[in-house]
Design a protein around this ligand. Sequence first.
Ligand SMILES: [Zn+2]
Length: 129
Amino acid sequence: MAKLKHAMKKRESKPFKELLLALRARLRGDVSGLKDAALNKNAAEGSGSTLSNHMADMGSDQYEQDFSLSLMANEEEVLEQIDAALVRVNEGTYGACEECEGKIPKMRLNAIPYTAHCVKCADKIQRGM
Ligand SMILES: [Zn+2]
């Protein structure tokens, strides 16, 4: 088992494990909420005029937006990432960036609990660097 300085202790990662499990259940359609979510999605796609909300405080809103966007982008991929994150929880490496081994801020993990990278590295990867 890799010893990562910034990985969470089991006790710390437990809430995130529960988040991941809940998220996976939702993506797999194990809960009844999925039908509503799909309906909402269709409704959103159907309307051509989307009012853009300019929030003064972009902090957590931005995270939530990224989160739901990535959910819609590729659910299969997200499911794989969730599974990988659960493995990291079990191995005790969760919470550390897979790229630089730095600490992933809890705020980021709250928004994207399956992320394996800190903001910097995720940005680099997204840009294909
Ligand atoms: Zn990193």
